[in-house]
Design a protein around this ligand. Structure first.
Ligand code: PLP
Length: 275
């Protein structure tokens, strides 16, 4: 079966789907997106993802996405692509706009696509990068398609056999990864940077805060050097232990706090598809 995508209100074959080369999302990165976990044809935490999509769109000054239409797109794509495990990618952009002008009047572009994915590994290696996340930028906290900074940082991680790069912010506080939030255990207590650090309001982060509990604490990036345990959270990783930060091994990963967070997350997520 050929994968089907949802484009501007209907299902279509990706080979014949057309988006303008003058789409403002393509030309200037004027767009927002969500990545949603899909298990056995069901989208996880879709209501939270739709809310964040709307918040990101509002932050970028895009018209509010029609939540019912996005939901319908997700359902249709999942029905047309029966993969056991995958990710829905929702992209919503400024739409057609002649070069040199602001957004055109044709309205936004909405694409929903599904990619089959492997289940996340239990643990991984991360690196820190020398570039700062701006905790006071116009795009801070928005999930926009302007992800170039993350692409560059992730490439650096891959060069060092790691799967994620962690950023500090402009005042040197621990912030987040290119596509994940970070938790650390210090003196037996679980901490994660507050949203004021400039990190994205990750949905997995929020669920771990609600289900497991952690302190939202401003920490220096160097806290990673003395953390007893480190883990990442994201839609694509769930709760994932970190066994190496730069050249430092984090022994015993997943440690007891991480293992408990993984257990609780897995159990609660299995019990409620739209928490
Ligand atoms: N931080 C960034 C920059 C991200 O792109 C993501 C992924 O969406 C996350 C954190 C984790 O968020 P979530 O748990 O909603 O996937």
């Amino acid at each position: 079966m050929k994968p089907a995508i949802w484009l501007d209100g209907s299902l279509c074959d990706p080979d014949s789907a057309r988006v303008s080369v003058f789409d403002h999302g393509l030309t200037v990165g004027d767009g927002v997106f969500e990545t949603v976990k899909a298990t056995e044809g069901r989208a996880f935490a879709l209501t939270r993802h739709l809310r964040r999509l709307a918040r990101s769109a509002e932050g970028l000054g895009l018209p509010e996405p029609d939540a019912d239409e996005v939901r319908r797109g997700c359902e249709e794509v999942l029905r047309a692509n029966p993969v056991p495990f995958g990710r829905l990618r929702i992209t919503y952009t400024g739409g057609f706009s002649p070069l040199g002008s602001d957004r055109g009047t044709a309205g936004p572009t909405l694409v929903v696509a599904l990619v089959e994915a492997a289940r996340p590994a239990d643990s991984t290696a991360v690196v820190t990068v020398p570039w700062a996340r701006n905790e006071r930028g116009a795009l801070t906290g928005l999930k926009t398609t302007s992800y170039g900074e993350n692409v560059v940082a992730l490439a650096r991680a891959r060069q060092q056999n790691a799967t994620e790069a962690l950023f500090g912010n402009t005042v040197g506080a621990l912030c987040e990864g290119t596509g994940s939030n970070v938790f650390v255990v210090l003196d037996g207590e679980l901490h994660t940077p507050p949203l004021s650090s400039g990190c994205l309001a990750g949905i997995t982060r929020a669920l771990v805060l609600e289900w497991v509990g952690a302190k939202e604490t401003d920490l220096p990036l160097e806290a990673l050097d003395r953390a007893e345990e480190v883990f990442l959270t994201s839609t694509t990783r769930d709760v994932q232990a970190v066994h190496r930060v730069d050249s430092r091994a984090v022994p015993g990963a997943p440690g007891p706090v991480t293992a408990e967070a993984m257990r609780i997350f897995t159990e609660r997520a299995a019990a409620d598809i739209d928490p």
